[in-house]
Design a protein around this ligand. Sequence first.
Ligand SMILES: [Cu+2]
Length: 217
Amino acid sequence: MRVSKVVGGGVLAVSVLTGGCAGSARDPEPAGEAPAAAAASEATGAAARMVVGKAPAAVNGMPSVVVLEPQTPREFPPLDGRPLMDQVTQTFVPAVLFVRTGQPVDFMNSDDVLHNVRVREEATKSGTFNVAIPTGQIYTHTFERDGFYDVGCDIHPGMAAQVIATSSPHAALADAQGNFSFEGVDPGAYRVTIYSGTERIEKTIEVTGPVTTVGGS
Ligand SMILES: [Cu+2]
């Protein structure tokens, strides 16, 4: 997860040594940030702060989903690229796609057969969109609300996937055993929500030092 962000009045260049984070060095210098409470967090330097923990193990092959949301809402830098859900050999790829609420997502058909993409908001069961996507075409949609969305194709009932839209950049799947970790998390209080099967677990944490462990309940 790539993060380079502002804390209080200063720039905190958090360099996260994982794949796909080459963009952090050229992030624009932010201006006009309120200088509130910056001193303490700046003093700890630019080390990547990690949040780690253990969620329930995968249920029916679906790992837990973990989302960290700051208790005080704030703006996050937009995604570098545009998330893509492709259709390849009558399969949605990836099966679970994380997207950022309010930013566009591409749905593509790389098969040589017609697919349609039917997306429904899980919480409300309301239809988000339902479009046919011919071979080689892309349909772009922007999810306006955080949440889980079920994705299917009416032509091929076996096709199924999920889109998870979050306002926070800190959203990921745990591994099959439930282990999760986030890097580059700014200091502050967060609500941790763990989705496991039909269960939902909430915790709060305070990120201060280099590693914060989400404790058991
Ligand atoms: Cu299809």
